[in-house]
Design a binder for this molecule. Sequence first.
Ligand code: UDP
Ligand code: MG
Length: 316
Amino acid sequence: MDISVVVPLYNEAESLPELHAWISRVMAENNFSYEIIFCNDGSTDGSLRVIKDLAAADPHVRCVSFSRNYGKSPALNEGFLRAQGDVVITMDADLQDSPDEIPELYRMITKDGFDLVSGWKKKRYDPLSKTIPTKLFNATARKVSGIKNLHDFNCGLKAYKKEVVKHIEVYGDMHRYIPYLAKNAGYKKIGEKEVHHQARKYGVTKFGLDRFVNGYLDLATLWFQSKFGIKPMHIFGLLGSVMFFIGFLATLTVLILKIVSMCSADYHFYVTNSVYFYLSLAAMVMGLQFFLTGFIGELITRNSPERNHYLIAEEW
Ligand code: UDP
Ligand code: MG
């Protein structure tokens, strides 16, 4: 099979027949063998009914359906688990992404050898309240992830080599950072294609402004995981050691001052009046906390069956 189109959707009943007809037309024009996997994320507006009707009339249509709303990332992940095509294409269900981009995306994966090609909505048809924070968000994501050539991390329209989607797990709200997940899994050939974007025709957006707060927290998590995910002691142990060293110096200072004061008749040094005393206490306690966190982190990674799953090895 050439292509799997994975479509996560939450309450998009009105768009689905149009989207299905559009994808089918593009596939037929280009003679692709394909499947469309609709990932219904607990819709309550009859989307599932629409998908069932589409599936009854068209054998290319498959569906995976959640009983409640879990989020776009888990929906995509279910689609990825089931995809059979050599190239996997994701697109939003709201008709904001154009299926006409599919042939070129397919060519970039199969001919140009990209592992992942991300769409870039250069001209966006979204409100300003979304487009301006998005620019900031993408600049930060580029910096932190080191994927310097992407302008639009969160574009719903993306194409992947099949093995890429089989080696990444999209969970929580991590769909915003799939290129970063792919890079961390060892897939570095990441490209970009300018894509047409349209204003939402039916329904409403499912993400509010909290997307930016959550987005930054997730980015911090991913950065931490990629740096220290399998060796947490390397960061916590370092911080703990620095704290202990500061604590040691402060204790030494207290000791010396005390000895000096004991040897002198007119200099009185009270330990509990000294800033160094409190510094040594605080630093020692914090140092210990860092070390304990590091040990617990190591125990968790040691017992995790996935501790070596990040390795993608080839064998001859
Ligand atoms: N979506 C989903 N689960 C959710 C929220 C969104 O499957 O909990 C789908 C939604 O139906 C759409 C895609 O994710 O197909 C992108 O959502 P939306 O268009 O609301 O995002 P925006 O374009 O406003 O960034
Ligand atoms: Mg949308």
